[in-house]
Ligand binder design. Sequence first.
Ligand code: GLU
Length: 295
Amino acid sequence: MPSLDSNYRGRFAPSPSGPLHIGSLVTALASYLDARANRGQWLLRMEDIDPPREQAGAAQQITNSLLNHGMTWDGDIFWQSARSAAYDTYLQQLLDKNLAYYCGCSRRQLAATNGLHIGTCAHPGSPNGDAIRLRVPNETIGFNDRIHGSQHRTQVELGDPVLKRKDGLYAYQLAVVVDDAEQGITDIVRGVDLLDASAWQIHLQNALGFKQPRYCHIPVIVGDDGHKLSKQSFAPALDDQYAFANLCLALHYLQQTPPPDTINDVADLLLWATEHWRPQDIPARRQFDAINKSL
Ligand code: GLU
């Protein structure tokens, strides 16, 4: 657990593919409380780099929901859709240093390795319409997670991720690393479904000379089918009218002490939860229970 650190800069980085649901509220709340408990900044970054997956109005719904749940971010919203020039600059640096490469492999060609692109490219691509991949070295990438402890990932587990897609869109791995650095993020609190991706991101940070943030990967809520609750699986949108109850449920999922009965509004609840924030109580291995159907 980090010591009280006023240089702390955390962030919540939703993709506007739909409104917030209880799973994304849990992530937002954990990152918010961790930042505020450290007297740090909490920034909001809209990861709007994948228009085909976005839903009209979702960014607005997300910001409204955060505000209705009392979570106010510091500074302006940071929009990834305005960042193409920066992504291009860093991609070019990686290409120039041979740390990234054009790849013409199709999904079918990668089926034998479960879609993973490992090592040498069998179908080298060209700047005209091919994807760009990060070259992951044949060495173990290690890092520490505040909840999961010491982590190690190998080239064979990771494969070489896409940084820019064939259709010209920038991929999450590139955008998140460039923007965490640009925004001076010191602490990343997000779902455990991104734990593996941290290894790619750390390699990319090193390749681009960026500082490594601290990581804290919290469990994700799973639906009845055992999969992460997500906007793509049509998890029900949060009802902002029940912001107080939603926040209590999110605290419960994070295994934080419930607030006393004397607390009955959103602002007091957040203050109380910040004062009583115990990240060490967040469960490590257990997945959160399936969503309560009555929500
Ligand atoms: N945009 C990602 C999502 O909505 C989160 C990225 C991150 O926190 O690094 O799942």
